[in-house]
Design a protein around this ligand. Structure first.
Ligand code: GCU
Length: 404
């Protein structure tokens, strides 16, 4: 009873401040006259009733919020693509002495089949040899060129610092999003959506980010069959458009224990209603990348306030599992403060589920990660990128989440 009363007090305290952020200190120097905005309450159901129990959230409201994101933002995966057996995975190569004998490299091949046609995509998985098994793992959604995830390690990129991840006792897999759905306006016919869609896509049909997130789940399906990988201890990580995808992956697939959401901006961790001048708006993202989100999302160009969700609710869908959002000081396009506030306003759901959330409403200093319970945030100096400093912050959060 005492715990319940404490949780309720926390929820009520949060609910009272969930409305406007216009007076708060803004991160960017030019953002002085930000219009006020009102966020939808993640705990308030369609019938206006506020959810007051963890059970109510888990059994009913959570599914409602997930459906809102499917309908209005990312689209829904067709049942044929989600069905067991829609994708076959195979280990097509094993090198037990990879990276100077420190790791085992497995080359994975995935074949999706539907209506007599098929599509192949691949992933590379490194497992540290010396670490006691099973080990936790990171799945990297790679939205950059293949040279960033070179399994031969002739080319090494800090976008996927496999050596460092392995040395920390984690396995890691990486896949190239373009193999699943091309990152192009005219790529539909070459991707997995065309394979599984019957007829023209509906306004709420899956779009490219959903297809990439579906891919992360298929790779997780495979990792769950590998006895070297610890179940429930798999993180999904992505940068920018890959960060948007990582958060959407973990929101839908409850087997992910942690989402590492790097500089994801609009459509990822930040708040769409926060009209910070330097940011990417819904209208801009829909114009430049119309294939990332479903057709319904176009209705919200310059009408963010009409959306029944905002993106604090996307992070809330991951609760009580971990979300770590990362920003970069110079990455104003992604609105660092909006990314931070997305987590602040996800906290009522964490509180209801018995987690402290971020534990602060103040942005931490540059280069000093803030880790609460279930939620973490960092902002580092520099430009839009995923690099070693980010990875180290995410690995530290994974240690907290998976090896408390
Ligand atoms: C563009 C786009 C962003 C995206 C970024 C990226 O800048 O506007 O929404 O996050 O590309 O993926 O690098």
């Amino acid at each position: 009873m005492k715990t319940f009363a404490r949780r309720m007090a926390a929820v009520i305290a949060w609910a009272m401040i969930t409305t406007s952020d216009a007076g708060a200190r803004d991160f960017a120097p030019d953002a002085t006259n930000l219009p006020a905005y009102t966020l939808p309450d993640p705990l308030k159901a369609a019938d206006g009733k506020a959810e007051t129990t963890a059970e109510g959230w888990t059994k009913s409201r959570r599914a409602e919020v997930l459906e809102l994101f499917r309908t209005h933002v990312f689209g829904r995966v067709p049942p044929a693509a989600a069905a067991a057996g829609a994708v076959k995975s195979e280990v097509v190569g094993v090198d037990p002495g990879a990276i100077d004998g420190t790791a085992t490299l497995k080359r994975l091949k995935f074949t999706a089949t539907h209506g007599g046609k098929s599509l192949v995509f691949t992933a590379s998985l490194f497992i540290p040899n010396a670490a006691p098994k099973p080990v936790p793992a990171f799945i990297l959604i790679c939205n950059r060129g293949a040279t960033n995830i070179d399994p031969s390690r002739v080319l090494r990129s800090d976008f996927w610092p496999a050596e460092e991840i392995l040395a920390r006792g984690y396995a890691t897999a990486a896949y190239q999003v373009g193999e699943i759905d091309p990152d192009r306006k005219d790529g539909y016919t070459e991707g997995v959506r065309a394979l599984f869609d019957d007829g023209a896509p509906a306004p709420d049909a899956w779009a490219t980010l959903s297809a990439w997130a579906w891919g992360a789940s298929r790779i997780l399906d495979h990792l769950e069959t590998d006895p070297a990988i610890a179940k429930g201890k798999v993180a999904v990580i992505g940068h920018s458009r890959g960060g948007k995808t990582a958060l959407w992956s973990a929101a839908q697939d409850e087997r992910f224990g942690l989402a590492c959401v790097n500089e994801s901006g609009c459509g990822g961790a930040n708040l769409l209603r926060r009209r910070f001048e330097g940011r990417e708006s819904v209208a801009r993202i829909n114009k430049n990348f119309p294939y990332w989100f479903n057709a319904n999302f176009k209705r919200y160009d310059n009408r963010e306030d009409d959306l029944p969700v905002d993106h604090h609710m996307l992070s809330a869908l991951v609760a009580p599992r971990w979300v770590h959002v990362g920003s970069a000081e110079e990455d104003l396009w992604a609105d660092p403060r909006g990314e931070f506030l997305g987590l602040v306003h996800a906290a009522p759901v964490y509180a209801l589920l018995g987690k402290k959330g971020l534990g602060s409403r103040e942005m931490p200093p540059i280069g000093v990660p803030l880790r609460g319970d279930g939620l973490a945030y960092h902002i580092r100096a520099g430009k839009h990128n995923l690099g070693l400093e980010d990875w180290r912050a995410y690995l530290d959060t994974a240690d907290r989440a998976f090896r408390p």
